[in-house]
Ligand binder design. Structure first.
Ligand code: GDP
Length: 426
């Protein structure tokens, strides 16, 4: 049985917590896309962790954590993360890395920085983790697969060839130090020795696991609106954030994905630039940011303050549809307990017309939110274990949103911990 945990919006919906929670009943957790550019925050008995590369299942002794072929693999970051969790008392996790995963090279990170510098104010708000240059090279077919680290002759020849073209850009476009092939080769030898114990034919491994009836979780990064095809292009990430891509990025049959848990946060937040229709500003935003998440809405990787907004039914309905949602996990609902009234964005007004369909980027930039206001519940809902016990206005808020997005909310998260969850029948 394969399940995917993915985001409906701009990321930071609380996927890490939901994955960590579902991992209790799973055998294998797979990262299938993205890289060390975003983070998951997880709180459990060992402490609080911000993971960027490791799957959120690493805290359980019974699970195997897999880095799929679709991931941008930053080997030193992966090792730093393994070291840091082990240092905090977590038992050494079982980790497998796909022999087809490609490697984030030191120059990808540099190119990301140089390009942001070059663009100045017109930058895309990259986290400078090398993700865009990495995926550009992957599809330009000049990337390095993990398997290639083990073929010395090929590696040597390819390093020289790639350095030649990169150095043209470094010299003439960016005016920066050039790549020395021998140095790069030495770095790749270090990477090879670090990664060797974990390398695996992941797709064959998962095929066998599916045959044995194992439970596999595919863990997505970011959310639908950051998908390069279906998101707010060009303010998107460079790999697909959709559950469908889980089949490709893990190497399994698409029809094996039976459950798609789409995580939606009870209000909106986004990092980086791009249209954000239900965004709020000033004191109203500051208060929500301060109270939001667990200890405030600040980026797990960058520490940047997140942009805040009301729940957006248009974006979330679209976000859930593109994921192929079977279940919605509605998170961080406890945070809204301070509000007398809670505005919800139910439509977009574009050029005088109201729509509930999420538009392409140029139209999105002109969209204004159509808000409806619901009464707040004015109390702390943390610790509540059943749906019936939730305050009436809180249930109304959930049911209102469920109807507008058109997918069943079967999990409600009312606190950051593993146990803070309310299940609800479809
Ligand atoms: P992800 O990237 O989708 O995993 O999301 P992040 O980890 O960046 O952001 C979610 C934040 O909200 C983290 O700090 C979580 O600990 C916290 N969180 C998750 N679920 C809940 C919840 O139901 N209530 C509260 N208060 N915090 C939550």
């Amino acid at each position: 049985m394969v399940k995917a945990v993915v985001g409906a919006n701009w990321g930071d919906e609380g996927k890490g917590k939901i994955t960590d929670m579902l991992a209790k009943e799973a055998d294998i957790i797979v990262r299938f896309q993205g890289g060390a550019n975003a983070g998951h925050t997880i709180i459990n008995d060992y402490g609080k962790f911000a993971l960027h590369t490791l799957p959120s299942g690493v805290f359980y002794g019974h699970t195997t954590s897999v880095i799929g072929n679709g991931v941008a693999l930053n080997i030193p970051v992966l090792f730093g993360e393994i070291r840091s969790i082990v240092e905090q008392g977590v038992p050494m996790p079982k980790i497998l890395v796909s022999d087809r995963a490609q490697i984030v090279m030191p120059y990808h990170i540099l190119f990301d920085q140089y390009e942001e510098e070059r663009l100045g104010g017109k930058s895309f708000g990259s986290t400078k983790s090398g993700i865009a240059p990495f995926y550009s090279d992957k599809y330009a077919k000049t990337g390095f697969q993990v398997s290639e680290l083990f073929d010395e002759e090929l590696l040597r020849e390819k390093v020289v060839r790639v350095a030649e073209t990169k150095n043209v850009l470094l010299e003439h476009l960016y005016h920066k130090p050039l790549i020395a092939p021998e140095e790069l080769l030495a770095t790749l030898h270090e990477y090879r020795d670090m990664i060797a114990p974990y390398v695996c034919d992941v797709s064959a491994y998962l095929h066998q696991a599916i045959g044995e009836g194992k439970t596999i979780l595919l863990e997505g990064q970011l959310g639908t609106l950051k998908d390069p095809d279906h998101g707010i292009y060009p303010m998107v990430t460079s790999s697909s954030t959709l559950a469908a891509y889980g089949a490709i990025g893990a190497g399994i049959a698409p029809y094996e994905i039976r459950q798609i848990v789409t995580v939606c946060k009870a209000y909106s937040s986004a990092v980086g630039a791009g249209a954000f229709v239900s965004e709020i500003f000033g004191d109203e935003a500051d208060e929500l940011r301060r109270r939001g998440g667990d200890g405030g809405e600040y980026g797990a990787t960058t520490g940047r303050p997140r942009r805040m907004g009301w729940f957006d039914c248009v974006a979330s309905r679209y976000g859930c549809r593109l994921q192929g949602t079977t279940d919605v996990a509605f998170t961080v609902l406890d945070v809204l307990g301070y509000l007398d009234e809670i505005p919800v964005c139910v439509g977009y007004e574009i050029d005088g017309e109201v729509t509930t369909e999420f538009p392409t980027t140029a139209k999105l930039m002109r969209a204004k939110p159509v808000l409806e206001t619901l009464p707040g519940w004015k109390c702390d809902i943390r610790g509540i274990k059943t749906y019936e016990e939730l305050p009436e206005n809180c249930k109304k808020y959930i049911e209102f949103i469920e109807e507008r997005i058109g997918y069943p909310i079967t999990m409600i998260s009312n606190g950051p911990g593993r146990e803070d969850i309310i299940y609800r029948a479809k």
